[in-house]
Design a protein around this ligand. Structure first.
Ligand code: CTP
Length: 465
């Protein structure tokens, strides 16, 4: 074996070695020995790992429903558990592609992660091979979900702010796939107001969480909430997130109404309300992901049309009713639109002008109730008709009365008082009122409400209680 002394190395390398040795509290010679030992161990692992860009082989390569996850490993002591997580995910038939932050590489080596994933990890945003070959945008999209484990306080802060200054954060900003975070940090860091604020923001943005759990920390005499969830828990959460898209509503037709309606007063003015369409659109997207054939009838909204959904854009309540009836027959109908209750009796063909002789009188007439009309149909009534009840007081009583009056099967009741921030906001607190009783759901993001509703619908449609 060739012999080499530290003195023979060039100055820049020697300087880096000295700094690294000082950081680890070792002599320069010991540092070199450590590096060589780790390189030799990794070389064995590397022999088993294909080049970046080569397709990862899941543990069940013959499984036609093989799923893909991108695992981002953050820099924390819990990173060692992510190696086990890769194995657990592959046991669930999930092929894993790995991205590691710089800090993660201080805890575990890319070659160990690559050997377990069956593919060399990605580490550098400016890696020319990556950008020519795969590119961070494709990394972000060529997966069914993104898992961040451990999700450090810093990574969560970057996500909440939309930073993109390294490969991990750029991928997280570019992805349109579900994101599952497994936070891991010291309990004081987890309970810090800044972290709680970031976690709340991420939840509202539709990011899913598993953990953190309570328990002993790596630091001695430290315990509390902050331990990363166990690899088995994270793999189960990932599996559950991937399941709705596995076709729980395959073969079923669904109509969803969403957004406000605009009722014209004259060619430039209209009656409307504050609905953003976020909840209805999220339900349509989750239903399509679960395999349903979805028609989304939407009033004017700013949110983007969901993927894989047939969108019919309308303005007024009467247009919405016509579009819904045209979309029948359907198996399921969810009425999430905030339909204007009234329209003007005669909307003016010309712009109403100030005459100086007092204010104009607006005579109003009631709009058709789309939910009640569909729920009371003798023919082509969907098997499951679901409405919302937006209330500002006596939420449950009003919702029960609406369920009976409108003839629907379920009502998702929510308190829309201004202080709740639900109208136009990103979260929602639902009380599911059925003929059998009331279920109180925890406060969730509108995306989580959509997933919970689709899971509940799938259960009912398959005849399970
Ligand atoms: N709805 C509808 N057509 C209408 C009014 C409401 O389809 N013209 C549907 C909504 O999409 C929602 C449910 O009925 O699913 C309840 O809407 P909400 O605004 O809470 O109730 P309203 O019927 O308008 O009753 P009120 O305004 O008296 O609370």
């Amino acid at each position: 074996m060739a012999s080499l002394t530290v003195r023979q190395l060039d100055e820049a390398l020697k300087k880096r070695l000295r700094l690294r040795a000082a950081r680890h509290g070792r002599s320069v010679e010991d540092e070199v020995r450590t590096i060589l030992r780790s390189a030799a161990a990794d070389e064995a692992a590397f022999a088993a790992a294909p080049e970046p860009g080569a397709p990862a082989e899941p543990s069940k390569p013959s499984d036609p429903a093989a799923k893909k996850a991108l695992l981002i490993i953050g820099g924390g002591i819990a990173a060692y558990k992510s190696l086990d997580l890769i194995r657990r995910l592959r046991e669930h038939g999930i092929a894993v592609r790995v991205v590691m932050t710089d800090a993660a590489q201080k805890f575990i080596t890319p070659l160990s992660a690559g050997a377990l994933a069956g593919e060399h990890p990605y580490t550098d945003l400016f890696d020319t091979k990556l950008e020519l070959d795969v590119g961070h945008i494709r990394l972000a999209r060529d997966t069914r979900m993104v898992i961040v484990a451990p999700a450090t306080a810093d990574l969560m802060a970057k996500m909440a702010q939309g930073h993109a200054d390294d490969l991990a954060s750029a991928v997280l900003l570019a992805t349109d796939r579900p994101i599952l975070l497994a936070p891991a940090m010291n309990p004081k860091m987890w309970s810090n107001k800044a972290t709680l604020r970031n976690a709340a923001q991420l939840r509202a943005d539709g990011v899913h969480f598993v953990g953190p759990n309570a328990g002993e920390m790596a630091e001695s005499n430290e315990a509390g909430v902050g331990r990363m969830a166990e690899p088995l828990e994270i793999a189960a959460a990932a599996e559950a997130l991937l399941t709705p898209s596995s076709g729980a509503l395959a073969g079923l037709r669904m109509i969803v109404t969403s957004g406000p309606t605009h009722e014209p007063i004259d060619p430039v003015r209209y009656i409307a309300n504050r609905s953003s369409g976020k909840q209805g659109h999220a339900i349509a997207e989750a239903a399509a992901a679960a395999g349903a054939n979805v028609t989304l009838v939407s009033g004017p909204v700013q949110v983007a049309p969901p993927h894989g959904v047939n969108v019919v854009q309308i303005e007024s309540a009467r247009d919405m009713l016509a579009a819904v009836e045209k979309a029948l027959p359907a198996d399921i109908a969810v009425f999430a639109a905030a339909v204007a209750d009234w329209r003007t009796a005669n909307n003016s063909k010309e712009k109403i002008k100030k005459t100086g002789k007092g204010t104009p009188e607006l005579a109003l007439v009631e709009n058709p109730d789309i939910l009640a009309t569909v729920a009371h149909r003798k023919s082509k009534r969907p098997r499951l008709v679901i409405g919302f009840a937006a209330e500002t007081e006596h939420v449950i009583e009003h919702a029960k009365a609406k369920l009976a009056r409108k003839g629907c099967d379920w009502i998702l009741a929510n308190d829309v008082s201004p202080e709740t921030g639900i109208m136009g906001g990103d979260s929602n607190t639902i009380h599911l009122v059925t003929k059998d009783g009331v279920e109180h759901w925890p406060p969730q993001s509108k995306n989580e409400v959509a997933t919970a509703l689709i899971t509940r619908i799938a259960r009912t449609m398959s005849g399970r209680p």
